[in-house]
Design a protein around this ligand. Structure first.
Ligand code: BV8
Ligand code: ZN
Length: 254
């Protein structure tokens, strides 16, 4: 059902829910100025397709092109601030008995908004590791200064084995962290309400979570300014942005 505000049935469902699951995508960080996954293909990377650049093969083929992209995105993430959508999700956890937060985003804006136990299904920009020995590599906490149009940048060498340092994200054709994915499926089956915000619902296996939840009897509300692949499985499809509608949902319920 399409609702352009916050439906009274949804408000009641939110108020009465004991276990709430939240699943976010790049759209939740858009109002913080972080380009969504597809919008991040600009400048030097404008002629690339995300699914071909965010892969181990692309990194093997041209590590400087890929590392430059991630450093540019890390700069964007570190220069951004959590928006009202991130803050509403953090606030929600103080109203419901149990809140589980899963994100496809690789930024740390949920954490900086105050959310705890943020489950990163697709990894993080802030935890690179050696591509050979997997040893974690610590980057300077300050935002790198990358040109707006991007540049190629040779990745650092691992101090332990000399291998190339890679971004700590899950690339296409890489497995998601098994424990986090298992928790996400379990949460779909244990929740009364799933809030899905800011995702196109096009990347698997995460894209199947809302349907798993719905089949388990969990009601699903989507927040997205436009229709997505998930519309067909959601109980409510709210047309609007995360920074507008998530705070509206929380303030109507409590
Ligand atoms: C795997 C990290 C197997 C990197 C990302 C069927 C089943 C299983 C797999 C597959 C399958 N079919 C195909 C596959 C393979 C593939 C896949 O799904 N391909 C797609 C293209 C069809 N999946 C994989 O490869 C996955 N791995 O299956 O491994 C395996 C098993 C064992 C052993 C080996 C292998 C791995 C997928 C993870 C890829 N990594 N990110 C990085 O960030 O660089 S994916 C990346 O794109 C994001 O993380 C996100 O998940 C995805 C989509 O991005 P969104 O977050 O949705 O953002 P997007 O830009 O698309 O949309 C933004 C949305 O926000 C829009 O709808 C917009 O309207 C909305 N919006 C905009 N502004 C706002 C807003 N909403 C609210 N408010 C706003 N202001
Ligand atoms: Zn190493």
């Amino acid at each position: 059902m399409m609702a352009n505000g916050v439906d009274p049935d949804l408000v009641a469902a939110l108020r009465n829910a004991r276990n709430v699951m939240v699943l976010t995508g790049a759209g939740v960080s858009a109002e913080s100025g972080i380009p969504t996954f597809r919008d991040a293909l600009t400048g030097l990377w404008r002629n690339f397709d995300a699914a071909s650049l965010a892969t181990p093969e692309a990194f093997r083929r041209d590590p400087a092109l890929v590392w430059g992209w991630y450093e540019w995105r890390r700069m964007k993430a570190l220069s951004a601030r959590p928006n009202a959508g991130h803050l509403a999700i953090a606030q929600l956890s103080s109203h419901v008995e149990h809140l589980s937060l899963f994100t496809q985003n690789v930024d740390d804006l949920h954490e900086r908004a105050g959310s705890r136990a943020v489950q990163h299904l697709h990894g993080s920009l802030h935890h690179p590791r050696c591509a050979d020995c997997a040893r974690p590599f610590s980057l300077p906490a300050s935002a790198p200064v990358e040109p707006e149009g991007g540049r190629r940048l040779a990745p650092p060498a691992c101090p332990a084995c000399g291998g190339l340092v890679r971004p700590g994200v899950v690339w296409f054709n890489e497995a998601l962290p098994e424990d986090i994915l298992a928790r996400a499926f379990a949460s779909c089956r244990a929740s009364d309400l799933l809030i899905v915000a800011g995702t196109s619902g096009t990347v698997y296996p995460v894209a199947q979570l809302p349907e798993v939840a719905r089949r388990a009897g969990c009601r699903v509300v989507q927040v997205n300014p436009v229709a997505s692949e998930l519309d067909r499985v959601c109980t409510w499809n709210l047309r609007g942005t995360a920074a507008q509608l998530l705070p509206a949902m929380v303030s109507r319920a409590w």
